[in-house]
Design a binder for this molecule. Structure first.
Ligand code: COA
Length: 630
C-alpha cells in the first residue's frame, strides 16, 4: 500500500527466497475458492517501451528539466543497449512459470525485509466511531459481541461462502481473506517471516485477550465445534478482567514495537525459556487479539478521533496502552473502557480493503445480535499466559519503551470529518470521486509548498490471481497544470474548470491502467529485482536522481472505503512526508492525515485544513461556472 514499500526496494540486495514464508497457498483451500482463484487471470508484465514512456511522463511534474533530460538518455540506453530487453525477457519467463511474478517478491521486500518498527511505519490503524459505553460492563458486552461477529465472519471464510468481490465489473482475488485470521508475523535477525495456522490440522480455536498488559487464551468454540454465544464470551471476559486487575506486570508486548532487527534479537532471547516460548506461540496461533484498553487521556469532541487514531496506531506510549498489544499479530481489535474502538493490523498478509470488509460485517452483525441470558454449563477459566522475565528481557523491555516513546512523540495525526459533501458532489459533476479528492490533495499541497511532489496512491491488483497493489502516481502533468492555474488571477473560471476536468480524467485513466496491471512502479521493481537476482550490475536508471525523487513519496495516500463511518490511518513513509487515508461516504468524507513533529516543514493540521479548503474551493468553482452545470 505505502510508499515505504518501494523505498525499501533500495535495500533490495536483501531479497531472499521466500521459502521461509508460509502464505496460505492457493492450492490448500479446496472447492469453490480454488475454482474462483483459478478462473482469475495472471498478472501481466507490461511492454518495456510503454513503461519507459509512462515513467518519463510521470517524472515531468516532479523533477527538474535537467534531471529529466538525463533520465531520458538513460532510458534510451536501457532500451536499445540490450539490458532492458534481457531483463524483460527474464521477467516474462518468471511470469509464465509462477502464479504471480510479483507477489512473493513483494511480500519479502516490501514487508518482511523492512526493518523499521511495524508501528507507525507499516501497520495501519482503523478508528471506529466512539461507542456509547463508558464503563467496564459496556466494554465487556461490546467486546463479546465483536468477538462473536468475528467468528461469524470466520465461518464464511471456513465454509468458503464469502461473496466474491468485484472492481470495475471484474471479479477479485479473495486470497487475502484467507490470510488475516490465525496468522502472525515473526521477527528475525535480518528478515521476518509470516505464519498462518488456519489450514493446520488442529486449526486454532482461541483468541488472545489482553488486559493490563496480561495475555489470556480465550477458547471461543465448544467441544462440538460450535462458537460460544455472546453471553458465554461475556462471562469469560469478566473472568479475565477480574484476574488482571493489577497493572504492575511487565509490558512484554512493548517488545513488538522495536525496530525489527532489535526485536529479532530480543525475541530469540525471550523464547529461550520454554514457558515464554509456549506463551508466545499461543499468541501467534490465536485467531486474533482483543485488547481491552485502559482509558486514554481525555480529548475534546473535536479531537476525539485524532486521539483515537494514535491509540490505534501505537497505543499512546509506555504510560498508556502500548504494552496492551502484540504488534506482530495480524489483527488486533482495540476496545477502550472509555468507548474508544478500532483496530490495528500488521500489513504483510493483506491490504486495507479486506480488513475493512471484516469490520463492516462485524458492525452489521453487532447491530443485530442481542445478549440473551440462557442457562449454561460453566466454562473453565481462560488460561493466563506466563512470562519469565530475566534481567536481560527486562532490559530489552526498557530499551523498547525508550524507542517507542520517541516515536510516539514524533507522530502527529489529525482525523477530520469533512462535512460539506461526499461522493455525491463529484458524481453530480460526472467525475470520479477518488480522482476529485486526489486532485484536491494536489492543490492543497501545491498551495502549501508551491511545488508538486511524488505522490503514491494504492491501486488494487486483485483483478489478478494473488494480486496486491501497484502505484497510482497522482502528481500528473494535468494535476500540476490545474494546481498552478487555480489561484491565478489571470486564468478564467471556465479555463480552470477545463483544467480540473482534464486532471480528474487523467487520474481516473491512470487508475484504470494501474488496476489492469499496466502501471509502471511494480514493473520497474520487477526489472530491478531481476537484475539483482541475475547478479548483473544494477542498471543506471535505478541509480538516477530522478528515480530517487520518484521514490521519495512526500504524499503517501490511500482510499479505503467502508460502509461503516470509520477511517483508516497510517504514518508518513518519509521523514518529511505525509500519510493521507480517506473513506469517502455519500455525503461526507473521513480523512486521516499524519506527519512527523520532528520535521519543521510538515504539519498534519495545516495539510488537513488546506485539503478542506481545496475541496470547498473546487466545489465552489464548479457551482459558479455555468459550463459545469450543463
Ligand atoms: N461519474 C459519476 N460517478 C462516477 C464516476 C463518474 N465519472 N466515476 C466513478 N463514479 C462512481 C463509481 O461508479 C463508484 O460508485 P459507487 O459509490 O456506487 O461504488 C464511485 O463513484 C467511486 O468511484 P471512484 O471514486 O472512481 O473510485 P473507485 O471505487 O473506482 O476506487 C481506487 C478507486 C483506486 C481506490 C480503487 O480502484 C482501488 O484500487 N482500491 C484499492 C485501494 C487499496 O488497496 N488500498 C490499500 C490500503 S492498505
Amino acid at each position: 500500500m505505502l510508499g515505504f514499500l518501494v523505498r525499501a526496494m533500495g535495500r533490495a540486495g536483501m531479497v531472499k527466497s521466500s521459502s521461509l514464508v508460509r502464505p496460505v497457498a492457493v492450492t490448500k483451500v479446496p472447492g469453490r475458492y480454488l475454482a474462483h482463484q483459478e478462473s482469475l487471470p495472471k498478472l501481466p508484465v507490461p511492454p518495456l517501451q510503454q513503461t519507459c514512456e509512462r515513467y518519463l511522463r510521470a517524472l515531468e511534474p516532479i523533477v527538474e528539466e535537467e534531471d529529466l533530460q538525463h533520465t531520458r538518455q538513460l532510458l534510451e540506453e536501457f532500451q536499445t543497449g540490450g539490458v532492458g530487453e534481457r531483463l524483460q525477457k527474464s521477467l516474462e519467463r518468471k511470469a509464465r512459470k509462477t502464479d504471480n511474478w510479483l507477489s512473493d517478491w513483494w511480500l519479502q521486500v516490501a514487508y518482511l525485509d523492512y526493518r523499521m518498527p511495524v508501528i507507525v511505519h507499516s501497520s495501519p490503524g482503523v478508528v471506529l466511531p466512539r461507542m456509547e459505553f463508558n464503563d467496564r460492563q459496556g466494554q465487556m458486552r461490546f467486546a463479546a459481541k465483536l468477538i462473536s461477529g468475528v467468528l461469524d465472519f470466520k465461518t464464511m471464510i471456513d465454509n468458503e461462502t464469502l461473496p466474491v468481490e468485484h472492481l470495475g465489473g471484474q471479479k477479485l482475488c479473495m486470497n487475502q481473506y484467507y490470510r488475516v485470521l490465525s496468522s502472525c508475523r515473526i521477527p528475525g535477525l535480518k528478515s521476518d517471516t509470516v505464519v498462518n495456522y488456519s489450514q493446520d490440522r488442529r486449526a486454532p480455536t482461541h483468541v488472545t485477550v489482553v488486559h493490563n498488559f496480561q495475555f489470556f487464551v480465550l477458547d471461543v468454540y465448544n467441544s462440538d465445534g460450535t462458537p460460544l454465544t455472546v453471553d458465554q464470551i461475556y462471562i469469560q471476559l469478566e473472568k479475565i478482567w477480574n484476574s488482571s486487575l493489577q497493572t504492575n506486570k511487565e509490558p512484554i508486548g512493548i517488545l513488538t514495537t522495536q525496530d525489527r532487527n532489535t526485536w529479532g534479537k530480543a525475541y530469540n532471547n525471550l523464547i529461550k525459556d520454554r514457558v515464554n516460548k509456549e506463551s508466545v506461540r499461543a499468541i501467534q496461533k490465536s485467531i486474533c487479539t482483543v485488547c481491552l484498553d485502559a482509558p486514554m487521556p481525555r480529548a475534546s469532541d473535536d479531537m476525539y478521533r485524532s486521539r483515537a487514531a494514535v491509540q490505534m496506531l501505537h497505543g499512546g506510549g509506555s504510560r498508556w496502552n502500548s504494552g496492551n498489544r502484540w504488534f506482530d499479530k495480524t489483527i488486533q481489535f482495540i476496545i477502550g473502557e472509555d468507548g474508544s474502538c478500532g483496530l490495528i493490523y500488521e500489513h504483510a498478509p493483506a491490504e486495507g480493503p479486506p480488513i475493512v470488509k471484516l469490520i463492516d460485517h462485524v458492525v452489521e452483525y453487532m447491530g443485530t445480535s442481542e445478549m440473551v441470558r440462557t442457562p449454561m454449563v460453566p466454562l473453565p477459566m481462560p488460561k493466563k499466559l506466563r512470562f519469565n522475565i530475566t534481567p536481560e528481557i527486562k532490559k530489552d523491555i526498557e530499551d523498547a519503551k525508550q524507542s517507542l516513546n520517541i516515536l510516539v512523540h514524533d507522530l502527529d495525526v489529525r482525523v477530520i470529518v469533512f462535512p460539506h459533501f461526499g461522493k455525491n458532489v463529484p458524481k453530480s459533476h460526472k467525475m470520479s470521486p477518488d480522482a476529485f479528492i486526489q486532485v484536491a490533495l494536489q492543490l492543497a499541497y501545491y498551495r502549501m509548498y508551491k511545488v508538486c511532489c511524488a505522490t503514491y496512491e494504492s491501486a488494487s491488483l486483485r483483478m489478478f490471481r494473488l494480486g496486491r497493489t501497484d502505484t497510482i502516481r497522482s502528481a500528473t502533468i494535468d494535476s500540476a497544470a490545474f494546481a498552478k492555474a487555480m489561484d491565478s488571477p489571470t486564468v478564467q473560471n471556465m479555463e480552470k474548470v477545463n483544467l480540473l476536468e482534464k486532471a480528474v480524467k487523467a487520474h481516473r485513466a491512470y487508475t484504470d491502467m494501474a488496476i489492469r496491471g499496466q502501471a509502471i512502479d511494480r514493473h520497474l521493481l520487477g526489472l530491478k529485482l531481476t537484475a539483482i537476482e541475475d547478479l548483473t550490475s544494477l542498471p543506471d536508471i535505478f541509480m538516477d536522481t530522478s528515480y530517487a525523487k520518484a521514490q521519495h513519496y512526500n504524499l503517501s495516500t490511500s482510499q479505503v472505503p467502508a460502509k461503516t463511518d470509520c477511517v483508516m490511518c497510517f504514518g508518513p513513509v518519509v521523514p518529511d512526508g505525509y500519510g493521507v487515508c480517506y473513506n469517502p461516504m455519500d455525503e461526507h468524507i473521513n480523512f486521516a492525515v499524519s506527519a512527523f513533529n520532528s520535521c519543521a516543514e510538515t504539519d498534519a493540521s495545516r495539510l488537513a485544513q488546506s485539503l478542506e479548503q481545496a475541496l470547498v474551493d473546487i466545489r465552489d468553482l464548479l457551482d459558479q461556472t455555468p459550463k459545469a452545470k450543463l
